[in-house]
Write a protein that binds this ligand. Structure first.
Ligand code: FES
Length: 114
């Protein structure tokens, strides 16, 4: 895993939703009830931008059709049968870091599933 410092964003107890880009990965960074979460910014339903959504009951809600995803697991709500990627988050001196798997991590994951 490689850690990426997110510029211009500091840890705050205030709620927020912000889209950040690391390489080609679009990430929805969410501050909710004092915790920070990082999830894929693309809704698997029809590809809408989840960072324009809202949070309720620890779920990120897509603004287009209301599909919702657990902030911790990325699992879609009952009946959706879908999931979005979640990413590791670390706070260091109030700065926010997101951990993304490296290419090597992804290759190892494929072989470990066999
Ligand atoms: S595009 Fe997100 S719920 Fe339809």
């Amino acid at each position: 895993m490689k850690w990426h410092k997110i510029p211009g964003v500091q840890h705050t107890p205030e709620p927020f939703i912000k889209k950040v880009t690391i390489g080609l990965t679009l990430i929805c960074l969410v501050g909710y009830e004092g915790e920070i979460f990082a999830l894929s910014a693309l809704c698997p339903h029809q590809g809408f931008d989840l960072s324009g959504g809202s949070c309720k009951y620890s779920k990120l809600i897509c603004p287009l059709h209301g599909y919702s995803y657990d902030l911790r697991t990325g699992k879609g709500s009952e009946g959706q049968n879908d999931k979005i990627n979640t990413y590791a988050v670390d706070i260091r001196d109030n700065d926010i870091y997101i951990g993304l798997p490296t290419v090597w991590d992804s290759i190892k994951q494929v072989f470990n599933k066999r």
